[in-house]
Write a protein that binds this ligand. Sequence first.
Ligand SMILES: *Cc1c(COP(=O)(O)O)cnc(C)c1O
Length: 378
Amino acid sequence: MNANDLSIDTLLAQGGHFVDSETGAVVPPIHSATTFARNRRYELTAYEYSRDANPTGAHVEHVLSRLEGAEDALAFSSGMAAISAFFDTVNSGEHVVAPRVMYYGAANLLRRLAERRGIEVSFFDAARPGALEAAVRPGRTSVVWIETCVNPTWDVIDVRAAAEASHSAGAVLGVDATATPPVTLKALDLGADIVFHSASKYLGGHSDLLAGVLATSRADERWEELNSARTQMGGVLGAFEAWLLLRGMRTLHLRYERQAANALAIARHFENRAGVEAVLYPGLKSHAGHEIAKRQMAGSFGAMLSLLVEGGAQAARQIATRTRLFVPATSLGGVESLIEHRASVEGPSSAVPQNLLRLSVGIERVDELIADLEQAIV
Ligand SMILES: *Cc1c(COP(=O)(O)O)cnc(C)c1O
């Protein structure tokens, strides 16, 4: 069997099919060296200095590249380091389009770039059909940045349609696919130019490492610039984290399958419950993005959902203090379930509804998770 044709599941399980040629080790070593010797002719052999690139990082990049069907991938010290490097390639005077409700760290970065670097940013309403197309300006927009699903309302953006709108305007499409790892959505196959993951979430999967990833459909000039930006800004992934990420990724397909099945069961259970105004989850037929999600996601509808509860911010915060299994903490994608009142975390500038509780569903037994929420919502 040709190793290039392997399924995502097999690729993940085998960590990129690694066997060390010298020792037979089935797990790659952690190369902690920061510097690499030249040969007798004073030439570099493979690596020079680990801020440019390092063997453990390169291994994880190789696996990620194959998972995404990408031409190349770059690993960064955090998701935000990757997003910062990406937007560093946007010049002053250029126009960027992004959703109004999105990961707030990225939204804050865009507002900062608008204020300090003269980049113009238009935020569109991802819940309104045609809003992205209307925000794009042919010949003016250089980057369209989207998330799918949109955190934390889980609106679904049609990646293929976004790619068509971006490309016809001469813009590049970048997709933050943190909530939909390549086991369920392959953004590059849907027409995106660049796909981003906060690998601190599902790819790592155990809430114990920070990492970010960019993968590209083609290693063009922008990509080379991005690579230089990583070296210059210094946000490369460290060898220990790269190793941990690779280890976490080996069970991604199993974790995600269980997490998504749990999320669907929770969404269905609370869909018509008293005290809950709405359940936001693309796997529910009632969700506005259900049909698009069905088209562009394979095997599941993700493991993130939000509840809009009766009683506003106060009731929502109370529920988040009453759960015993759902841990009241930020972040997502780990094997343990988390609950969060996003509006409190994001502060006064937040565009998130005050009565929204975000759930990151883990791999626990779903009946116990449901019982936990039942006693908390009262
Ligand atoms: C966490 C997150 C990020 C930022 O990644 P870090 O690894 O925390 O820097 C970006 N986008 C989304 C959707 C996220 O959930």
